[in-house]
Design a binder for this molecule. Sequence first.
Ligand SMILES: Cc1cc2nc3c(=O)[nH]c(=O)nc-3n(C[C@H](O)[C@H](O)[C@H](O)COP(=O)(O)OP(=O)(O)OC[C@H]3O[C@@H](n4cnc5c(N)ncnc54)[C@H](O)[C@@H]3O)c2cc1C
Length: 400
Amino acid sequence: MELRVLVDKCSGCGTCETTCPFGAIVVRAAVAVVLDSCVDCGACIDACPENALMLGSQAEGGARLEDYRHVWVFAEQRDGTLTRVAEQLMCKARDLADALGARAEAVLLGHQVESLAETLVWDGADTVYLAEDPRLAHYRTEPYTRVLADLIRERRPEIVLFGATVIGRDLAPRVSQRLHTGLTADCTALDIDESERLLLQTRPAFGGNVMATIVCPMHRPQMATVRPGVMVARPPDPSRQGSIQRVPVRLEPQDLRVVVREVVKGARRRADLETARIIVSGGRGLGNPAGFALLEDLAAALGGEVGASRAAVDAGWIGQDHQVGQTGKTVHPDMYVACGISGAIQHQAGMKEAKFIVAINKDASAPIFRIADVGIVGDLYQVVPEVIREVRAAKAGSIV
Ligand SMILES: Cc1cc2nc3c(=O)[nH]c(=O)nc-3n(C[C@H](O)[C@H](O)[C@H](O)COP(=O)(O)OP(=O)(O)OC[C@H]3O[C@@H](n4cnc5c(N)ncnc54)[C@H](O)[C@@H]3O)c2cc1C
């Protein structure tokens, strides 16, 4: 039998701490935490005014922190295709698990998706938990939450990572709420404090003016969402071996209240900025939406995609899926051409990892020039047509 804390009931009053003859229970961040020196004498159970302490199997959700092991990734798939962020996170989970001396594991939910499990192993998973059921074919909040939360309760991973996609942003908070643990959204970096086995979750805060590193010391699992494109996927290693474990899908009628009758896909092509090798981005300096037609010409000449600053998106000149930056996409192209963009810190947050940055701006003191490899001070409406002409001429084989 082990002493367990019912975190829902614990008020952090400290009665247990003062009662314990062994100094084996302490209050941290308003919750009692049982230390290894506990001998399960039960003195604190009798003293607790909230009935928040129990022995062993009586407790529900009161496992010790050290009962949780291994690093999980929610392997998001759509229509039987693994999302890129799932592969990026799998590679990151591998690194985190190695730092902890733990296993990297994936949870794959869906219908007829078993073939994806191998890819996850190649990306770094030691185990893939596979939950297949026709009712999981399309993402729905309740059934996915039920299956994932039950599996986490049963297997107790110490870390669970999600992509900060539409689905991940819906699912992760539900799961964390059911498990009464914390969730850090939109992380831009993850690391491990090996001595405390803590996940160091870094994300911009206060409008991007500071980078905050957040930890979840009292609850498990430690949960985070990470934006697509922030972590870099390594090439898959087909020589890697891992196990695939099928897990039962137990759903209650109340999990199935939402019925998906039809999935209608939008015809609009979405900007594929996360994988683009060249991105030509426009900002407020374009002055009007028509300016993006010019940037599309340049992007087409270079074989790239069109991105934008938030100012341009907020002005309604281009769709939100083109936005680069802290609240947009994080990109890693070989070349990023910033046209009429000042280079605010929130914009840089999404593009500063580009291998080569070209900035075109008529203000020589614009911050974008500080991170640019090539800076052109001038009016973009004069510079960009000239660049297009040069690129087209070079492609045609005759530089004029
Ligand atoms: C919480 C938060 C999140 C944010 N997230 C993002 C984000 O994800 N992405 C993002 O981009 N921003 C984001 N922002 C906004 C950010 O702070 C800036 O306001 C924004 O990036 C400015 O966009 P811009 O550079 O296009 O506009 P401006 O800062 O107005 O710069 C326009 C530039 O165009 C130049 N210019 C003007 N005319 C011409 C011309 N004819 N030729 C050449 N140059 C010209 C000017 O010299 C100027 O440097 C966020 C802000 C906050 C508070």
